[in-house]
Write a protein of this length. Structure first.
Length: 114
């Protein structure tokens, strides 16, 4: 599953959408979730709390432009490798490789140039 949650699930005005995002993701039960526009999720505890609510492990790629991205993985899946994709990107990209019985599966969460 992939989702650009727009401005970290919060707008300057209007409701906080993060609870709604969690409800939708929980209802779909993806094994892997790629999320973009995680404004504020690089603050201590924010991404970890979001991932805990979903029962997933997070892998974050920060950006100097304030819109990190992440890949979240549901146990028992375990990445064989994970890390941010380096430039040239306008925002950020996170790469996670999972070992499967059919071979490696590489998942990318990317926020490209608008």
């Amino acid at each position: 599953m992939t989702w650009n949650i727009r401005t970290g699930g919060r707008d300057r005005t209007g409701p906080d959408r993060r609870d709604l995002v969690c409800r939708v993701v929980t209802a779909q039960t993806p094994d892997v979730l790629a999320v973009q526009e995680l404004r504020g999720f690089d603050r201590p505890g924010v991404l970890a709390g979001f991932a805990d609510r979903l029962g997933m492990r997070p892998y974050l790629a920060r950006t100097c432009l304030g819109q990190p991205v992440a890949v979240l993985v549901r146990p028992p899946w375990r990445p064989s490798s994970a890390g941010p994709v380096r430039r040239p990107l306008h925002h950020a990209a996170q790469r996670v490789e999972l070992a499967t019985t059919a071979g490696p599966l590489t998942v990318l969460s990317a926020h490209l140039d608008p």
